[in-house]
Design a protein around this ligand. Structure first.
Ligand SMILES: Cc1ncc(COP(=O)(O)O)c(C=O)c1O
Length: 489
């Protein structure tokens, strides 16, 4: 492997490639009377590169190849479920009848799309064990906000003025406390016990008459299924609180356990993680919420419904309605419809058995990696994991090497790094989620890379501090890269 640092200077900008007089196409001589362009339309000070068509195509193709993506390789970014998404989902979401419609069209002209939404709501209810669903929230965090607001609205309707506290386990994703606080609730943390569960002893005194609810991610961000989940939910219910489920980790539970059966009252799905559509990457997401029947009137809308039942002559008429006590819309129009189409196609293609297999393989792959890597990397919570697990990036014989160094060195081995420094309760966290779409050869190659890096860490720690050495850009100043982003050069 080359150890030469590539600084990025080799990649010329389109202006550096420009050469005066070079052009992509030549127009025939003008054979109509010339007219002046409207004043102000031409900007003399606007520099334009001068290139041939081939220069432009090669420039952008080369740039695109600098990207690392799911279509290039393994992407074990914990908590993000970066699975390979079948191309057919993309293709069908671009069908004319789905793509070129407008939410203000008369409903009679978009019956197919409304039927899809209605059926997708039903599928999500069935998968989650819930009774109602709205597809409108735009992402996971937005679903959390909508769900917590639903809980707050229900308490308000019951006259529970004192119930303002939302409990959040200390392993939670940062969006959990953020969305609860944005909903006007008071956030109180609940510690994790030695096995990675919610600490029941610490939870007990928090279950009092100020409790609005608890927000639980199960499996949690350690990749562990809470061994007392039913008991926790019963304790909260007994104290008069409701249970919110952060369903971002549903890739571990499909067809195996339903949050509704475990005592959750309302939850969100990340359609863009669990059911096709990659997480991140700049595209839209979708965070539908599902709720138990007693909350159905309070969820945001609109909700797809049957406006007129089927008759002998006519098919049913699908439409949209706002639940009776709803807080209203949290997103314009219907939500992110394209993501819904991809989820619908994915669920139909997998079917019940396929969905269960997704979660079984996601869990099997994670346990395979965990068992192979824990021999070298410390594993703080050592019990079978679900779809992901968290190692410590702190090796006993290389104390000065950090999780960040290991993650950066993985890029030299052509792997996307795992999530770093989250969850916060694990020191130097390396959170690894292989997903179900990787085969044994890929997993073995990743294990080999991780073990080779551990060896390098002991022999030549500086190599890891300098990594990555083979990528277009070397080690970034992480803060400057985020706070002083220059995207125009
Ligand atoms: C556990 C958990 N909760 C919530 C979210 C928020 O989801 P989103 O990024 O769609 O807002 C994520 C995102 O990955 C997550 O992992």
């Amino acid at each position: 492997m080359s150890t030469k640092a590539i600084t990025g200077n080799e990649q010329k900008t389109i202006f550096e490639l420009s050469s005066a007089g070079r052009r992509g196409m030549r127009y025939p001589k003008c054979d109509v009377p010339e007219t002046e362009l409207l004043e102000g339309l031409l900007r003399d000070e606007l520099p334009m590169p001068e290139l041939s068509e081939a220069d432009v195509v090669r420039h952008f193709t080369n740039l695109s190849e600098l990207n690392y993506s799911l279509d290039n390789g393994f992407y074990p970014l914990g908590s993000c479920t970066m699975k390979y998404n079948p191309k057919i989902d993309e293709k069908l979401s671009r069908l004319d009848g789905f793509m070129n419609i407008h939410p203000l069209q008369p409903i009679e002209t978009v019956q197919g799309s409304l039927l899809l939404m209605y059926e997708l709501q039903g599928m999500l209810q069935r998968i989650s064990g819930m009774d109602a669903c709205t597809l409108t929230p735009a992402a996971g965090a937005h679903g959390e906000f909508s769900g917590v607001k639903t809980i707050a609205a229900w308490h308000e309707a019951q006259g529970h003025d004192k119930r303002k506290v939302m409990l959040i386990p200390d392993s939670a994703h940062g969006t959990n406390p953020a969305t609860s606080a944005m909903s006007g609730l008071i956030v109180k943390p609940v510690p994790t016990d030695g096995r990675g569960n919610i600490d029941l002893e610490k939870l007990a005194p928090l279950c009092n008459d100020e409790l609005a609810g608890i927000m639980i991610t199960n499996p949690n961000t350690l990749g562990l299924f809470d061994e007392h989940i039913v008991e926790v939910n019963e304790m909260v219910h007994k104290a008069g609180g409701l249970v919110y489920g952060d369903g971002a980790n549903m890739n571990a539970l499909l067809g195996i356990a339903r949050p509704g059966d475990l005592g959750f009252d309302v939850m969100h799905f990340n359609l863009h993680k669990t059911f096709a559509t990659p997480h991140g990457g700049g595209g839209p997401g979708s965070g539908p919420i599902c709720a138990k029947a007693f909350l159905a009137d309070y969820i945001p809308g609109p909700v797809a419904c049957v406006l007129e039942e089927e008759t002998d002559e006519l098919p049913p008429l699908y439409g949209l309605k706002m639940p009776e006590e709803s807080m209203g819309q949290v997103r314009s129009f219907w939500g992110h419809f394209g993501v819904m189409v991809k989820a619908y196609v994915y669920i139909l293609m997998e079917g019940e058995e396929g969905l269960r297999r997704v979660s079984e393989y996601a869990t099997l792959n994670a346990n395979y990696l965990m068992a192979s890597l824990k021999k070298v990397y410390p594993l703080p919570f050592d019990r079978p994991c679900m779809h992901e697990f968290v190692l410590e990036g702190k090796l006993p014989d290389a104390p000065e090497v950090r999780a960040l160094d290991i993650a950066k060195r993985l890029m030299d081995y052509k792997f996307h790094p795992p999530t770093n420094y989250f969850p916060l309760i694990v020191h130097e966290a390396l959170m690894i989620e292989p997903t179900e779409t990787e085969n044994k050869q890929v997993l073995d190659a990743f294990i080999d890379a991780m073990l080779a890096i551990a060896k390098e860490a002991g022999e030549d720690p500086q190599l890891l501090h300098d990594a990555p050495l083979t990528t277009p850009f070397g080690r970034m100043d992480e803060v400057k890269a985020a706070k002083d982003l220059i995207i125009t050069e």
